[in-house]
Design a binder for this molecule. Structure first.
Ligand code: ATP
Ligand code: MG
Length: 414
């Protein structure tokens, strides 16, 4: 440790940023509750297998981003890089298979060893929802409408810079067909692919479509699309979602290259992008995971959900918090300090913010009160101390009056 600063890719949060962060979390929680999702909290670290088994060995997360460590008992643990795998684990370990459908909301820090840049940090925060035991397309509609309503309430639809992108990656059969076509297309071009995509071609060719490498992206433009390989059932599932969104007036754009970076997705996947926050523009992403719980050793129970990056939502949102101005308590009489402390506590008990200003001459103290943004000052001088009263000064009008504690509190409470 050379300099005293937080580790690369982490940030301290305070003042307006903390307020914005809290606002986003509270809004997501409130709207999730309105939609019938209740909060669940799972551990911040899990056995490494929870993520290795489910996210896929070739996913960016497992291959290079995990904060994996051995604890003192020699157990391999990983700081969670995302929420869904831990939630599926919790669903199985708590024996909740008979409680479906389950509608869960979560929020908290996630950890990925990535190259830090705007909108990409090593500790970041996600809010998300999962609907477990959700076979029908109406569950996809539930989580998508929830995400749309949340982003709208956050003001992200006010400026026309947010879009919902939608795609279907079909069921297993459709994906197998597609996989063959992709291998046929990319194999002759293998030498032109990025190193990562060369590996992807062998292990998980679909993931090539998710590549951010500019060379890969050129080749992707002419690649076959999944739509051509989709079976009727998958088509029908996807059409139901699109038609319903249209009937609800929820705008979306189709993006056939949207595949999502993780192994466990199937059918409908979606991302919201904000064009004003730089290269890391995906603010919320999700989809259907019909095989995740089975992959983890549970029964074949499907699910659908999404996660949003709180830091990217913060970049996207214009929200400005308000701070309640405190009442300044000015203790000038000798020995008035205990009375000042008592008053301060009494006011705070009544939800009136108060701060004691006990040093400097009178004009300095009023300047301090002004700096705090105080609208009122309570002055405790010799007379007040003797008569058990307070001098209340309206700082904007300059008027003052002597009142007792009951009137003082009732006056300051509003
Ligand atoms: P990206 O393509 O940007 O790497 P991802 O596909 O890895 O995203 P997900 O796993 O889908 O991301 O996570 C959901 C959301 O969490 C993202 O859309 C983004 O808003 C946020 N997110 C993911 N990784 C980070 C990060 N390192 N820093 C900040 N936010 C992140
Ligand atoms: Mg990523």
């Amino acid at each position: 440790m050379s300099k005293l600063q937080s580790p690369r890719g982490t940030h301290d949060l305070f003042a307006e940023d903390q307020q914005k962060f809290d606002h986003i979390n509270a809004l997501a929680k409130k709207i999730s509750q309105d939609f019938g999702f209740s909060q669940v909290s799972t551990p911040i670290f899990e056995f490494s297998g929870v993520f290795q088994k489910t996210l896929g060995d070739t996913s960016d997360i497992v291959s290079k981003e995990m904060y994996e460590f051995k604890d003192r008992g020699g157990e391999s643990l990983t700081l969670r890089p995302e929420g869904t795998a831990g939630i599926a684990r919790a669903f199985i370990s708590n024996g909740l298979t008979r409680n479906i459908p389950l509608k869960w909301f979560y929020a908290g820090p996630m950890f990925r060893y990535e190259r830090p840049q705007k909108g990409r940090t090593r500790q970041f925060h996600q809010i998300g929802v999962e609907l477990i035991g959700a076979k029908d397309y109406k569950s996809d509609i539930d989580v998508i409408t929830l995400s749309y309503h949340f982003l709208k309430e956050l003001g992200l639809y006010d400026k026309g810079n947010t879009v919902l992108e939608l795609n279907s990656i079909g069921d297993n059969e459709s994906r197998q067909n597609f996989r063959k076509k992709l291998v046929d297309y990319f194999t002759p071009l293998k030498t032109e692919l990025s190193e990562d995509s060369k590996t992807r071609l062998d292990v998980n060719p679909l993931r090539i479509l998710d590549s951010k490498d500019p060379g890969d992206q050129k080749l992707i433009e002419a690649a076959p699309t999944l739509a051509e390989s989709m079976n009727d059932e998958s088509k029908h599932f996807y059409d139901n979602i699109k038609n319903t969104l249209q009937s609800l007036n929820i705008p979306f754009e189709e993006n056939s290259n949207l595949v999502r970076g993780l192994d466990y997705y199937s059918h409908c996947v979606f991302e919201y992008k904000n064009s004003d926050i730089g290269a890391q523009s995906t603010i919320l992403a999700g989809g259907r995971y019909d095989h995740l719980i089975k992959m983890m050793g549970g029964p074949e129970i499907p699910g659908v959900g999404w996660a949003a990056g709180v830091e990217r939502l913060m970049l996207s949102s214009d929200f400005q918090g308000e701070t309640k101005p405190p009442v300044a308590i000015i203790t000038i009489a000798e020995n008035s300090e205990p009375v000042g402390i008592q008053l301060c506590y009494k006011l705070r008990e009544q939800k009136v913010q108060a701060e004691i200003i006990d040093s400097g001459n009178m004009s300095k103290r009023f300047k301090k009160a002004d700096k705090l943004g105080a609208k009122y000052a309570v002055i405790i001088g010799d007379d007040e101390l003797k008569s058990n009263n307070y001098c209340l000064k309206d700082l904007s009008k300059g008027e003052q009056e002597t009142i007792d504690i009951t009137s003082l509190i009732s006056k300051l409470k509003f």
